[in-house]
Design a protein around this ligand. Structure first.
Ligand SMILES: [Fe+2]
Ligand SMILES: [Fe+2]
Length: 135
């Protein structure tokens, strides 16, 4: 499944939208490679990026939530931690085995779940809460 980035995927905070959009670019490359029957080459590229993304983006979000005493911090933290664990597990595998299309499919599924269930739900809620206070 290839999902295209659209303007309506923006949640309304430019800093986070840029990070989500960059995430999406990597995610699309992986999804397209899978559609074309490949994917293993993209695994080595996307995992270090996702590790950085998770560290920077998640702490940016959590810090802002703390600052504005935003509801739902705990759920955000739990899901962020889970995503980080998943990425760490994939990266760990890569230290002993060559990346495969199989791994690419699993990473892709993880990213789709994260985008639909987390970005489109929890992050949207977070922005709805915080944005009026930032104005
Ligand atoms: Fe996010
Ligand atoms: Fe988040």
């Amino acid at each position: 499944m290839v999902i295209k980035w659209e303007e309506n995927l923006r949640i309304g905070l430019p800093a986070f939208d840029e990070q989500h959009e960059e995430f999406f670019a990597y995610f699309s490359r992986l999804a397209e490679a899978l559609e074309e029957g490949g994917g293993s080459a993209e695994v080595a590229e996307i995992l270090p990026y996702l590790d950085k993304y998770a560290t920077t983006h998640f702490s940016d979000e959590e810090n802002l939530m703390v600052k504005y005493k935003c509801a739902g911090l705990e759920e955000q933290q739990q899901q962020h931690a889970l995503f980080k664990e998943n990425i760490a597990r994939f990266s760990e595998q890569l230290t002993t085995t060559e990346p495969t299309r199989e791994t690419a499919i699993k990473i892709n599924a993880t990213l789709i779940r994260y985008f639909i269930n987390h970005v489109r739900k929890l992050d949207v809620k977070m922005v709805e809460y915080i944005k009026p206070m930032m104005a």
